[in-house]
Design a protein around this ligand. Structure first.
Ligand code: SF4
Ligand code: SF4
Length: 56
């Protein structure tokens, strides 16, 4: 079950470098997670200042 970034994302970019499999990239208005790459480690959720990544 992959994580996904909700609309709470403020595009700070903090999570991108924390992802061990580089599944996170800047999207249109918020950052996005490639669900086929995400291994659900939770690092992005732990890093995000606004709690935007949630387990789908
Ligand atoms: Fe990357 Fe882990 Fe977040 Fe998935 S849960 S996007 S693998 S940091
Ligand atoms: Fe968005 Fe949170 Fe990632 Fe910042 S750390 S880009 S607010 S999901």
């Amino acid at each position: 079950m992959a994580y996904q970034i909700t609309d709470k994302c403020v595009s700070c970019g903090a999570c991108e470098g924390e992802c061990p499999v580089s599944a996170i990239s800047a999207g249109d208005g918020k950052y996005v997670i490639d669900p086929d790459t995400c291994i659900s480690c939770g690092a992005c959720a732990a890093t995000c200042p606004v709690g935007a990544p949630e387990e789908a």
